[in-house]
Design a protein around this ligand. Structure first.
Ligand SMILES: N[C@@H](CCC(=O)N[C@@H](CS)C(=O)NCC(=O)O)C(=O)O
Length: 201
């Protein structure tokens, strides 16, 4: 039995997208972020966060760890290529998205969308946009001449990076200087599995 805890309006969307993409049968328990620190959820994840995956008795937290586990267990050759070098690329891009991109996007999201207007810090938002330029340029040149991060095929690396960047359209970031990123992100986010997840609770 596979269960995914966490509303699709949280980082849980990443793992729901992976489950959908991999065709895994699962039960979705859409617990809200406001319930993430409930006694029940703290038993599953002592950090008091979602998502949490339960898969045949294995309990995993951290969205990227969940997705890498799912890809390895259910991914065969498509989302999870067999070559160690390709897998190293997958780890590289997944950790890169979490460390080089996500913190700046979160700052931007908080100060442009999530916080009530009187608590927003426009200076912090502008600094985050500035800080995003370097990683976005790295992504732009890495995508030059290729369909996806590892080449011709969509892999869990694309899913993980695109899922982190799925907040970009909402924030109307100017992406005109990174057309490869823009096209790639649109292609990844437009996948049926992701569209299905965005309609979940
Ligand atoms: N690094 C963690 C972050 C998880 C996280 O912060 N989740 C948020 C929702 S997006 C949450 O549970 N917030 C509620 C809380 O911390 O009380 C991951 O990627 O899984």
């Amino acid at each position: 039995m596979t269960k995914l805890y966490g509303t699709s309006r949280s980082r849980s969307a990443r793992s729901l997208w992976a489950l959908e993409e991999l065709g895994v049968k699962y039960e979705h328990l859409p617990i809200a972020t406001t319930e993430a620190k409930s006694a029940e959820n703290l038993k599953r994840n002592p950090n008091g966060h979602v998502p949490v995956l339960e898969d045949d008795g294995v309990v995993i937290w951290e969205s990227m760890a969940i997705n890498l586990y799912l890809a390895e267990k259910y991914g065969k050759n498509s989302l999870w290529p067999p070559e160690p070098a390709a897998r190293a690329d997958i780890y590289k891009w997944s950790f890169w998205a979490m460390t080089e991109v996500e913190p700046h996007l979160i700052t931007l999201l908080r100060n442009r969308v999530m916080h009530p207007p009187e608590q927003r810090d426009e200076k912090a938002a502008l600094a985050a946009i500035e800080a995003l330029k370097a990683p976005l340029n790295v992504l732009e040149s890495s995508l030059k001449g290729r369909e996806y991060l590892l080449g011709k095929n969509f892999t869990i690396a694309d899913l993980n990076v695109a899922a982190v960047m799925s907040w970009v359209p909402m924030m109307k970031l100017d992406m005109s200087s990174t057309p490869n990123v823009q096209a790639w992100l649109q292609k990844c986010l437009g996948r049926e599995a992701n569209k299905k997840v965005r309609g979940l609770k």
